[in-house]
Design a protein around this ligand. Structure first.
Ligand code: BV8
Ligand code: ZN
Length: 257
């Protein structure tokens, strides 16, 4: 696919000192990770993600919820970063300050070489105890989960015997204060904010591009389809992030590796 890149965007990127990448599930899609709203197949296909990604769901049926997260964790462990993750790392080698703020709970940005990723919604690989919130060490290796998944009994906390839960922020739970503060601060200071592969539905993450735009940042959306951000973004690039981001890098700094 040929990517049309407006010359004003190339200029804005060349002049930028601070760039923020706000990423969602679409940035991991080309690594084979189902997007958040597509991650409901097999056993879970009759559920709404907001139903499963909540503390109530875990209280109601911890084996169903733990099984869903272990299936997703297995998918992440079997996946590799894609061109979008790698292009963001290359941007960071050219621009004085690049902040990666992700809604994703996978570690593909880190595995591509990004440092200090801000995880607004936590991480799959950092489970905690539901009762005392102490971290729980998962066994190494890749859990062998059948396609479509299965119910699984969550491990027990070695300190208090409580049930271990995924280390993610569920709907109705507050975001980690320090992560949110760092994210909002980066968006207030940036010259360019990319919103990549997110339906821009989930709050308060979806308010970050508004914060950046209020401070006169150039807002660039890269997505497969329209979202509520279309009206605010200065540039809407429609297509796969794994194609558009490397093309953007090439247009500004010459052929990416
Ligand atoms: C909170 C972790 C309050 C779990 C997730 C206003 C203010 C504050 C809260 C609210 C509010 N209004 C409503 C709320 C409540 C709620 C909310 O936002 N609900 C929405 C649905 C209306 N928010 C909360 O509950 C938040 N908590 O604010 O607490 C509070 C305050 C004080 C005291 C107590 C409480 C917590 C929200 C966090 C929820 N957890 N994830 C898990 O992963 O299982 S959110 C979940 O959605 C994922 O993290 C996911 O990343 C995120 C957003 O989804 P997307 O990443 O956008 O993925 P999606 O599938 O939707 O879209 C993918 C996009 O990519 C699509 O557009 C597609 O076209 C595109 N795409 C696909 N392939 C590609 C691509 N694009 C480019 N290239 C491709 N190849
Ligand atoms: Zn405990």
């Amino acid at each position: 696919m040929t990517v049309e890149i407006p010359s004003q965007l190339i200029t804005a990127l060349r002049d930028a000192n601070r760039i923020v990448f706000l990423t969602g599930a679409g940035v991991s899609a080309e690594s084979g990770i189902p997007t958040f709203r597509d991650a409901l197949t097999g056993l879970w296909e009759r559920y709404d993600p907001e139903q499963l990604a909540s503390a109530d769901a875990f209280r109601r049926d911890r084996e169903l919820v733990w099984g869903w997260y272990e299936w997703r964790r297995m998918r992440v462990l079997k996946a590799q970063p894609n061109g979008a993750h790698r292009a963001i790392v290359e941007f960071a080698s050219k621009v004085p300050s690049v902040s990666v703020i992700t809604q994703n709970v996978d570690d593909l940005h880190e595995r591509a070489g990004c440092e200090n990723v801000i995880h607004l919604h936590g991480r799959l690989d950092r489970p905690i105890c539901f009762a005392c919130r102490r971290p729980h060490e998962l066994p190494t290796g890749i859990p062998e989960e059948p396609e479509g998944g299965r119910r699984l009994a969550p491990p027990r906390c070695e300190y208090c015997g409580g049930y271990v839960r995924p280390g993610v922020v569920w709907f109705g739970e507050s975001l980690c204060e320090s992560e949110w503060t760092a994210a909002a601060d980066a968006c207030r200071k940036c010259d360019v904010l990319f919103s990549v592969g997110t339906s821009s539905l989930v709050q308060p993450a979806a308010s970050l591009p508004v914060t950046a735009a209020r401070r006169r940042a150039t807002v660039v959306q890269i997505n497969l389809g329209p979202t509520s951000l279309d009206v605010l973004a200065h540039f809407n690039l429609v297509g796969p992030a794994g194609v558009i981001l490397p093309a953007l890098y090439d247009a500004v700094w010459g052929a990416s590796k």
